[in-house]
Design a protein. Sequence first.
Length: 221
Amino acid sequence: MNPKSLAKRLKELRSLRGMSQEFLAEESRVGLRTIQRIENEESEPTGETIKRLATALGVEINELIGSHSPEETSDLKGTIIFLKKQLSQTNKKSEIKTFEKFIYILNNLRDKDLNTVQIEGIESYIKYLELEKIPSFSNDIFKQKIKKFRTHLKTKLRFVPNNYYISFAIIFAVPFSITFTIQPKIDLNIRIAVISVVLLLIGIAIIMDLRMKRQGRSFSF
């Protein structure tokens, strides 16, 4: 491993992510002095240290120790790192809530078994949002971006909230059936029929939610 090459790559990637040495040390759990020594070409890190740095920077190990130039930050990993950096620089509750919400959504997406079309759709829209161009701590603008991103996930990529259909069925069908069946003049057979229909609708809703989950389209917004 070439210490000079590694030092250059680490500086490039850290700069690209907008991360200070202190922030990288906190995210990677690598000592600040160790990072400084690597960047000053004074130390050759262990494999575990390189792994931690690569994970914190959101890149593969070979990208950190390789020679190719870093790409623009327009993917899930890079955006999560960018938002974490913004989060680390504010102490306002409203801003903390906004950034944490955005990071939560992106982390959930990253943890899902997404197909190529979904990944491309998500990352192309992230790039379209141009989050890095938003003035620091413009909370209202970030809120608008989150709203647009959620809408994109629902309308374009067809994600649905977890337990969406069962919730819909319970909210509307159950109150209706209760109101209908407690009427004293309603025939018992009709009451039983109404309850049967409601149970059937709930069963269909459960099946639909399970189908969304199998297709990887259920999501916690």
